[in-house]
Design a protein around this ligand. Structure first.
Ligand code: DGT
Ligand code: CA
Ligand code: CA
Ligand code: ZN
Length: 606
């Protein structure tokens, strides 16, 4: 399968266009295409064979043509031309988090640097600080960036791995020989990054299953093939292990290989205290080796007098103790989600129309969505002017009526470095929902950045802070910010915090989400979809939320529409005392104009 290879080519084209300072629109078109190919679970060649390339959200006529070219010739002429026009290694330099196109070019022209190793050496030797606009601090940042990159290279983001793993799971399940199959390991626990894929199965003819597994289209290389265990490397660059076990042991193996190791250690200690032994084959009585459990996970936990524990919280973070007391939380699930409160359309940097997004959301069974395009100052992402925003507000109402789903008008509003919002208060007051977000000026001190976001949250118009820490899993650490202060301010001001479900973000991350809910802050789990397909990212946000012990009552977008509207009127996250996650009393605050009334008034003025 060539999806990953093609995605790499497109993203390299985007990098090269950036070096050449080409139009931002062309650059983002290639980035979108790269993202779309990464997210595509089906073989792109199969889509091409049906002549449906342009149906992939994010793929236009011109990218479709280039995909065809790649599939027939193995490369793309335009890509080769671009490469020939630039010194080799430049785009590699740009993969370092701290190095943008301008810096890469400068490093190359002035110091002849063409590889990451050369860059590292030059920084260590203090040669980079001699260049214009650079200093010892830049060298430090670059070195840290290189180190981060090396650390990250060993693990892939969940969102990049899960679709492929599920495709494999399904392919195996479809075999008549296979009786049961399941993902295990960090993938089943929905960890944000994945070291390798663990699969378990029971089957009548293991050799046949192994043959199918090692010859799947997703497989790049076979590392080992045996009757009970095989290992392969997938095209996406991750190892996958399949174990075929005896049905008597399936539950025990699933429990063991799901982990985490820490959780398993805890269970083993519990077993020992009961005169039991637990391993991947089953639970046994020590005195006579008699098997007491093994076929199902429920059985295994029951043998230790425990209820079944959801995989996402098997981290030895207090879950075993709660299970002992029968006090496990009811974690949020995909089925609890009634809508999605952050998405982008063609009105800013998205690929689809509001109507297409609404239809796709309705197909997912949602009751409502919010259209939250970027605000006016975010020019590179097609920021929406005030005039446009008002036109959009009228349009989404019509879209909602046509499609039969509530479509709220909102904004993902830039927060200026000083904490000011990107639209005047009277404009924000007209909107159904306001998300505050930071997409620029990342390099501030922790104190300044925290103050910036605190000030935004203090606005009575801001309901929700989008991707609060700004991290990108494979590109950039979070900006410096005091998350504890953000959480405390969210509680004080009744502002919700987002768990952004975008596979590159997962922001807040699991542990931060847990802290937020413990402090009584409301959360919203949003996809930040830029295409209608990306609405499916919700499952990654749910996984992260579950890892953070988040429950339905903690989540703004698990509310039915009417209750959501009430919560937004009072300001998001401030729910009535009895329904707030921690039953905290609500602070008094400036009254907020009713949305409907405000927009009617507006229409009359126009
Ligand atoms: P990963 O692959 O690094 O993302 O993380 P995991 O959790 O999938 O780890 P992996 O693939 O090394 O092993 C899968 C599971 O097998 C792990 O979660 C727990 C279990 N396991 C592996 N090694 C040990 C061990 O030495 N002791 C115990 N108790 N369990 C182990
Ligand atoms: Ca694993
Ligand atoms: Ca493994
Ligand atoms: Zn954003």
């Amino acid at each position: 399968m060539q999806n990953a290879a093609l995605a790499r080519v497109f993203s390299e084209i985007a990098d090269m266009l950036e070096i050449k300072e080409e139009s931002i629109f062309r650059i983002s078109a290639y980035r979108r295409a790269a993202r779309a190919l990464d997210a595509l679970s089906e073989d792109v060649a199969a889509v091409a064979a049906r002549g449906e390339l342009t149906e992939i959200p994010g793929v236009g006529a011109s990218t479709a043509q280039k995909i065809e070219e790649f599939l027939t010739t193995g490369t793309i002429g335009y890509y080769e031309e671009l490469r020939a026009s630039l010194p080799a290694g430049l785009t590699r330099l740009m993969t370092v988090p701290e190095v943008g196109p301008k810096t890469a070019l400068l490093l190359h022209e002035r110091l002849g640097i063409a590889s990451i190793e050369e860059l590292e050496e030059a920084c260590r030797a203090g040669r980079v600080r001699a260049l214009p606009r650079m200093g010892a601090k830049t060298e430090e940042n670059i070195l840290r960036g290189i180190e981060q990159m090396r650390r990250r290279a060993e693990r892939l983001p969940l969102g990049q791995v899960l679709p492929h793993a599920k495709a494999i799971e399904q392919a195996l399940r479809a075999l008549p020989e296979v009786k049961a199959v399941s993902l295990a390991g960090s993938l089943r626990r929905m960890r944000e990054t994945i070291g390798d894929i663990d699969l378990l199965a029971t089957a009548r003819r293991p050799e046949k299953v192994m043959e199918v597994f090692t010859t799947l289209p997703q497989v790049r290389r076979v590392l080992a093939r045996g009757p009970t265990k095989s290992s392969v490397v997938l095209e996406v660059g991750v190892q996958a292990d399949l174990r075929v076990v005896d049905p008597k042991s399936f539950g025990a193996a699933l429990q063991y290989f799901t982990g985490s190791k820490e959780h398993n250690v805890k269970l083993r200690e519990k077993a020992v205290r009961r005169g039991l032994k637990i391993n991947e084959y089953g639970v046994f009585r020590v005195k006579d080796e008699r098997r007491v459990a093994g076929g199902s996970e429920e059985e295994v936990y029951a043998a230790l007098d425990l209820p079944w524990i959801p995989p996402e919280i098997r981290e030895d973070q207090g879950e075993v103790e709660l299970a002992e007391r029968g006090a496990l939380p009811r974690l949020i699930a995909l089925g609890d989600i009634r809508g999605d409160l952050q998405m982008h359309t063609r009105w800013s940097d998205g690929s689809d129309s509001a109507e297409q997004m609404a239809k796709a959301a309705k197909a997912l069974g949602y009751q409502y969505i919010a259209i939250t395009d970027h605000s006016q100052s975010l020019k590179f992402a097609g920021g929406v002017t005030i005039e446009e925003l008002r036109a959009h507000a009228r349009e989404v109402k019509r879209v909602g009526e046509r499609v039969g789903i509530a479509v709220l008008i909102g904004t993902e509003c830039e927060v200026a470095p000083d904490g000011r919002l990107d639209y005047p208060d009277e404009v924000l007051a007209e909107l159904d929902i306001v998300l505050a977000a930071v997409h620029s000026h990342f390099r501030m001190s922790e104190e300044e950045m925290t103050r910036r976001l605190v000030r935004a949250m203090e606005s009575p118009h801001v309901h929700l802070v989008a991707h609060p820490t700004g991290r990108l899993l494979s590109q950039r650490e979070s900006y410096a910010v005091n998350v504890e202060t953000l959480i405390e301010t969210a509680r004080r001001t009744g502002t919700a915090l987002e768990i952004n479900a975008g596979p590159e973000r997962l922001d807040l991350r699991d542990s931060q989400a847990r802290l937020a809910r413990e402090r009584g802050v409301r959360l919203a789990i949003n996809t930040d979809a830029h295409t209608r397909d990306e609405l499916r990212y919700m499952e990654f946000g749910i996984g992260t939320a579950r890892r953070g012990w988040v429950q339905p009552a903690d989540v703004l977008n698990s509310l039915p529409l009417e209750a959501l509207r009430v919560a937004l009127r009072k300001r998001a996250g401030a729910g009535a005392p009895q329904d707030g996650p921690a039953g905290r009393p609500r602070r008094s605050r400036k009254p907020r104009p009713r949305i409907a009334a405000a927009s009617t008034a507006r229409r009359k003025r126009r």
